[in-house]
Design a protein around this ligand. Structure first.
Ligand SMILES: NC(=O)c1ccc[n+]([C@@H]2O[C@H](COP(=O)([O-])OP(=O)(O)OC[C@H]3O[C@@H](n4cnc5c(N)ncnc54)[C@H](O)[C@@H]3O)[C@@H](O)[C@H]2O)c1
Length: 266
């Protein structure tokens, strides 16, 4: 059986470099192309310290032509929202399936990507968190929200490293959306300052410091008790395995659909 040909955009970033290393060690997949703003023209393996791979880092302005020339099946994107907003629809128009890990996409950017996926009949997975443990964490908070109901206050606290560009994290936002849906809709309040009586809301708080990979705590607080669910990432490898799994999975799925990580895990 032929290998699934996977390209990376953000290839020289923290996540991109780890995903390339994992692709090299995974059966049934091959690295077809690499894109980044940095190291353009260099061999991507040498750029990330993995040894020569004979795959150059390309400029994403050449995204469509390189994806076509390299017969890429899937583009994996871990960059920044403005880059993904441009690159994902361009890749879809070149007939390439998508795995999007970038967080901080606006609702409008997500809608544009979804429209491009439908129009070009490709498949995509968009997930704020590719960790299998977080997939379970999302199921647990959904259940907690369902059983506890509207009498409980909900606070979400996330912590990440000091280089993270967006806040709050995509995972915290996904958690808030899951809980709000289960509780019939709640307002999101980001941090609090000054006079701010609590309403029918979910409080969302972002901590930034040092090299924290990603912590998420959801507190369901009642009058005489509280439940706290906590997920802590010890290593970026937890996202890497899920992203590679999703890349192998997405090529086999019905096209014209945007999936999330719960579809991959199911
Ligand atoms: N979904 C998940 O499971 C998950 C896990 C970890 C990180 N993330 C998200 O992935 C993204 C990347 O995280 P990171 O820690 O690897 O960041 P990083 O800053 O280390 O890497 C980002 C890379 O993207 C490149 N880039 C930026 N704009 C580009 C463009 N226009 N074209 C090509 N390349 C471009 C940068 O040069 C850099 O190499 C962030 O949005 C982060 O929140 C998601």
């Amino acid at each position: 059986m032929s290998k699934t040909r996977v390209a990376l955009v953000g290839a020289c970033g923290k996540m991109g470099a780890l995903i390339i290393r994992r692709l090299l060690a995974t059966e049934g997949v091959a690295l077809s192309a690499a894109f980044d703003l940095v190291n353009v023209g260099k061999d991507v393996g040498e750029a990330i310290g993995a040894g020569k791979l004979n795959v150059p880092v390309s400029d994403s302005k050449d995204l469509q032509s390189v994806l076509r020339e390299t017969k890429t099946d899937v583009l994996v994107d871990f960059t920044i929202a403005s880059a993904t907003a441009a690159n994902a629809p361009a890749a879809a128009a070149a007939g390439v399936n998508l795995i999007i890990g970038t967080t901080g996409l606006t609702a409008e950017q997500k809608t544009n990507i979804t429209e491009a996926v439908i129009k070009n009949n490709v498949a995509a997975v968009i997930s704020s968190n590719y960790s299998i443990g977080v997939g379970v964490f999302f199921k647990l908070i959904k259940d907690a929200a369902k059983y506890l109901g509207d009498d409980y206050d909900v606070e979400i606290i996330e912590a990440h490293h000091n280089q993270k560009k967006d806040a709050p994290s995509g995972t915290a936002m996904t958690a808030a959306e899951i809980i709000s849906k289960e509780m019939g809709g709640r307002e999101f309040v980001f941090g609090r300052e000054g006079v701010c009586p609590r309403g029918r809301e979910i409080g969302i708080h972002a901590v930034r410091g040092g090299d924290i990979i990603g912590d998420h705590t959801v507190m369901f607080v009642g009058n005489s008790e509280r439940i706290e669910l906590h997920h802590q990432a010890h290593s970026r490898e937890i996202f890497v395995g899920g992203a590679v799994m999703a890349a192998k999975w997405v090529v086999l799925q019905k096209k014209g659909i945007v999936y999330d990580m719960s579809d991959v895990l199911n």
